[in-house]
Design a protein around this ligand. Structure first.
Ligand SMILES: *Cc1c(COP(=O)(O)O)cnc(C)c1O
Length: 289
């Protein structure tokens, strides 16, 4: 499952840009999508090396990470359990999780905050259980994401990614530093007060000179949107043929477009946007389009 990889770099046809490219990690797999595949690659290798056959993880009701973990577990012959934040609900994402055989434990928001305690409480006696943090945040995930840079055949002035936990960004920066590139890494936090992403990245990567953080493109916070963002998605997808999701990649592409308008980046700069996948998230917001 983690051997085959299909993630081409494609040129994007947008009038304002001459050299805008996209790394299509969304094409890697429909369910183990984008950066979640990158993150799980070495997490699963470690779990298997430790003879753990039961993945236990955490996420919200629309978590791409949960679907990816469930799919990866079932394909690897492993069991999976997820603590899902909040009251019991049914939706498209959780349906997929259950189809992939994931056992869901709905958890009130207060208990959800202490993930190690939940793991301890439920799986103390299960020697096969393997703890995976929310979103897959881990050193293994950083290593997996740094391979995105190793795969590139060209050098770019700017690389852009969306950030939730900042793990993917940390991996990209790791790759940039290791390959001695001058490329600037532009990170677009999708949460409010995204400045915390800088600290998250510094936990993994001490050298952050190439990092540029754009904290004004969260559209109100995590999974928050505005009519302007939906209009942007419709125009962008109609013009490029590329699907993007309202939670992550739309905010990143909006930032790229806006920074070009503001002349922070130039039309002739060579730019690579990382499409981190997560397209199933569109269906969670179908009524807002
Ligand atoms: C999870 C996710 C992210 C956030 O990745 P982090 O490593 O947590 O910053 C970005 N884009 C998509 C599509 C995602 O599903």
């Amino acid at each position: 499952m983690f051997e085959k990889l299909y993630s081409p770099v494609e040129k994007l046809k947008l009038a304002a840009f001459n050299k805008l490219f996209v790394k299509r990690d969304d094409l890697i797999d429909p369910y183990i999508s984008g950066n979640k595949w990158r993150k799980l690659k070495y997490i699963l290798a470690k779990a298997e090396a430790e003879n753990k056959n039961h993945l236990v993880t955490f996420g919200g009701t629309y978590s791409n990470h949960l679907v990816a973990t469930a799919a990866a577990a079932s394909r690897s012959g492993l069991k999976s359990t997820a603590f899902v934040r909040g009251e019991k609900v049914k939706n498209e994402m959780l349906l997929l999780c259950e189809l992939f055989g994931m056992y869901l434990i709905f958890t009130d928001r207060e208990s959800y905050k202490d993930k190690p305690a939940l793991f301890e409480k439920y799986f103390k006696s299960d020697v096969s259980a393997y703890f995976i943090d929310e979103g897959g945040a881990s050193t293994e995930a950083v290593i997996g994401c740094s391979e995105i840079i190793d795969e590139l055949n060209d050098v770019y002035d700017h690389i852009f990614c969306a950030a939730g936990t900042g793990t993917t960004a940390a991996g990209l920066l790791d790759g940039i530093v290791k390959n001695n590139l001058k490329t600037k890494l532009h990170v677009v936090p999708v949460l409010k007060n995204g400045i915390f992403i800088k600290e998250e990245i510094s936990k993994y990567i001490p050298k952050i000179e190439n990092l540029v953080l754009h904290t004004d493109y969260h559209f109100g916070g995590y999974a928050k949107t505005t009519p302007e963002l939906f209009k942007f998605i419709k125009d962008f997808t109609a013009n490029t043929g590329l699907l993007i999701d309202p939670v992550y990649t739309a905010k990143m592409f909006y930032a790229i477009t806006d920074l070009q308008l503001k002349k922070v980046i130039k039309s002739d700069d060579k730019i690579l946007a990382i499409h981190t996948g997560g397209l199933l998230g569109i269906f969670g917001m179908k009524d807002k389009f």
